[in-house]
Ligand binder design. Structure first.
Ligand SMILES: [Mn+2]
Length: 289
């Protein structure tokens, strides 16, 4: 079994080919070495939720002081806002924005002016092709025409996983990355990105991890889904809608908490709440038809 897994993860494209990945990872690695406080700024859909949870889990697992922020769909809307940035700047030295940020130049500059180091891990199309970085560390494969197209197909959670691969290399960590692929598979399937080479490997290996039910929140969520073994169908039609229901009707932070908790009881409580929210969402959808 071990050779199969090694072989398959080795089929991932060489991180060196991912333009700017190494630069951005070196900066993050340096912050980690200096013991800086890092905040992740996510989004309320499944890709934003999973990207946030992936980075929070990994950074926490290697001993980094990490916090996260998810804007409210109702009160703040999509992407960065200056009020949130102001609050974050009081408790963090660095901000990593996931699944948004590419076109939020003035908000990113605002964060920088407040003295925090700013990173963007995103896959949204740049609106302005004359993108100026102004000292902001941005990793978005869609900024480059000469990058391997497989990188352009990554969801934000896949881009974030490449950061993990690079951080592991730079910081010489012993930590295994395969157990994090459950979260990567969920975000990748939920974001409906093309399932080409890298994404196919993420989904295939990630589904194996989901079925091991090692993460308390995922284990609890699966108890509400009547199937013995999860495939990408269950991710798309059962798991992703439950995560998205949190952001659509209540608070997406619940979905992040589900994916980062190490407590079985917390996992059960949140998964029941998500179950309720998802049923409510289904009823609302029926009423609209
Ligand atoms: Mn996305």
């Amino acid at each position: 079994m071990k050779t199969v897994y090694t072989h398959s993860l080795h089929r991932l494209l060489d991180p060196q080919l991912f333009i700017n990945l190494e630069n951005v990872s070196y900066r993050i690695a340096r912050l980690i070495k200096e013991g800086k406080r890092i905040a992740i700024y996510g989004d309320y859909d499944a890709d934003g939720i999973t990207s946030t949870a992936l980075l929070v889990n990994f950074l926490r697992d290697i001993g980094v002081r990490v916090k996260y922020y998810i804007p409210s769909r109702f009160f703040e809307g999509y992407g960065l806002n200056k009020n949130a940035i102001k609050k974050i700047s009081e408790v963090a030295d660095a901000l990593i924005v996931v699944d948004s940020g590419t076109n939020a130049h003035s908000e990113l500059l605002f964060a920088k002016q407040l003295g925090i180091e700013v990173f963007v891990l995103d896959h949204h199309e740049p609106v302005n092709s004359e993108w100026k970085t102004d000292g902001i560390h941005i990793l978005n494969p869609k900024l480059y025409t000469d990058i391997n197209p497989f990188f352009k197909h990554l969801a934000s959670v896949g881009i974030s996983f490449y950061i993990l691969i690079m951080l592991r290399r730079i910081l010489n960590l012993e930590i295994k990355l395969k157990p994090y692929l459950d979260i990567v598979a969920i975000g990748t399937v939920a974001d409906v990105v093309p399932l080409s080479l890298i994404n196919r490997i993420f989904v295939k290996k990630g589904i194996e991890e989901i079925n091991k039910k090692r993460r308390p929140g995922i284990k609890a969520l699966l108890e509400h889904i009547s199937t013995s073994s999860v495939s990408s169908f269950e991710i798309g039609f059962n798991i992703a809608p439950r995560l998205n229901a949190a952001g659509r009707l209540d608070d997406a932070k619940k979905a992040v908490k589900l994916l980062i908790t190490q407590d079985e009881r917390v996992g059960r409580v949140i998964s029941s709440e998500l179950e309720f929210l998802n049923k409510k969402r289904q009823k609302l959808t029926e009423l609209r038809i």
